[in-house]
Design a protein around this ligand. Structure first.
Ligand SMILES: *Cc1c(COP(=O)(O)O)cnc(C)c1O
Length: 394
């Protein structure tokens, strides 16, 4: 068979999977914890499902292929993947990390790794001078999210990777917002790509899953060892659901991104909206950098309303998006970072990072854009009334 080079083709023909025995076009779900060994003194490809399972292997090979890596590892959640690879570090090591990192990552770095004497410094990764200044003699990992959550700040991946190389550090990139369809950090020189596959990769709000991908044999051996040692592997049914969701990744993202673009155009012009954060806007300070390292702006945007009261009125009146944590699904998901993704962050810390009480994040789904626009129009209208009331009373 000819090699599958185009991304969309790879997505659908996951590792050219056709079952060798039956011809089935989807992998069977191998509900087996253990595997019979035919030889007395030599184990086969699989022995115990924590260490490896054929259904999970199809998923792990697929994500490795899509990210341009050599080895993929599937975990029971994004946080399981992230926590497991942090275990590459030892006491006395130091991590330099994006200041507006995902709340759960903030939590493990500040409250768990610290108990094992693994130190950290938060830096504004969008500023390469600060990254250089933040490097210590014991820095082992530069941890990046770009675009970041929820304000969509853009980090220059090549710039960070260059600094890491010069200082003998590894670069971990959380690629959840972009997916390999839009951005492939390993191809730019990153060492580990991480995913909350709960989001765009699975795409249907029905699976919690995490993935890690590497492109170096020694690192692959170490991450595989940790995956087996900690054992927070993804179950076979969820591996299968994730593989199924991934087949439509490119069409879902293309469509959602198109809608996101139209929504941002609308929001930018709305009198109540103070700011719109989306790397597809040419006014975004990271626009050029983002488009030099990614194929598109994606389907997540954030915007700022004047205050908590307006935000509350908007959320209570908007009808189509679900009001929930998470992102990257067929349904639009509206989140309130202050009490959701960034609830683990102290209020002053959160506001210092620009995540004020008026910031809302929208993950755009597959609803018709006109319905979303109408819905936003009426809900922002209600929020505008609240603002006028507060002005009149003061
Ligand atoms: C959701 C998310 C995570 C955590 O993943 P889970 O699957 O919820 O454990 C990590 N990073 C980013 C950017 C996320 O959005």
């Amino acid at each position: 068979m000819a090699s599958l080079r185009e991304f969309d083709t790879k997505l659908v023909h996951q590792n050219t999977y056709v079952d060798k025995v039956t011809g089935a076009v989807n992998p069977p779900i191998h509900y087996s914890s253990t595997f019979h060994q035919t030889a007395f003194d030599q184990f086969g490809a699989f022995d115990y499902s924590r260490s490896g399972n054929p259904t999970r292997k199809v998923l792990e090979d697929t994500i490795a292929d899509l990210e341009g890596g050599t080895n993929g590892f599937a975990f029971s959640s994004g946080m399981a993947a992230i926590s497991s690879v942090f275990m590459l570090l030892s006491a006395g090591d130091h991590v330099l990390i994006s200041q507006d990192v995902y709340g759960g990552t903030y939590r493990i770095v500040t409250e768990v790794l610290t108990r094992f004497q693994i130190e950290h410094t938060f830096v504004d990764m969008t500023n390469l001078d600060e990254v250089t200044k933040g490097i210590q003699s014991n820095t082992k990992v530069l941890y990046v999210e770009t675009p970041s959550n929820p304000l969509l700040h853009i980090t220059d991946l090549k710039g960070v990777i260059e600094i890491a190389r010069a200082n003998g550090c590894l670069v971990f990139v959380d690629n959840t917002f972009m997916t390999p369809y839009l951005q492939r950090p390993l191809e730019l020189g990153a060492d580990i790509v991480l995913h909350s596959a709960t989001k765009f990769l699975s795409g249907h709000s029905d699976v919690v899953a995490g993935l890690a991908v590497v492109k170096d044999a020694e690192l692959a051996q170490k991450v595989g060892f940790l995956q087996n040692a900690f054992g927070s592997i993804l179950g076979v049914q969820d591996c299968w659901l994730l593989l199924r969701g991934m087949k439509t990744l490119s069409v879902r993202l293309q469509q959602s991104a198109k809608t996101a673009e139209k929504l941002t155009d609308y929001l930018v012009k709305h009198p109540l909206v103070e700011e719109v954060y989306y790397p597809g806007l040419t006014s975004h300070p990271g626009y050029a950098t983002h488009h030099s390292q990614a194929k598109g702006a994606g389907a997540v945007l954030s915007f700022r309303l004047p205050d908590r009261e307006c935000t509350k009125a908007f959320v209570e009146n908007v009808r189509i998006p679900v009001f929930a944590v998470s992102l990257g699904a067929v349904e639009s998901i509206l989140s309130y970072p202050a009490t959701m993704s960034h609830a683990a962050m102290p209020k002053e810390e959160r506001e210092r990072r620009g995540i004020t009480d008026g910031v809302l994040r929208l993950s755009v789904g597959l609803e018709h854009v006109d319905d979303l626009l109408l819905d936003f129009e009426q809900a922002l209208g209600k929020a505008l009334l609240v603002k006028k009331e507060t002005v009149n009373h003061s």
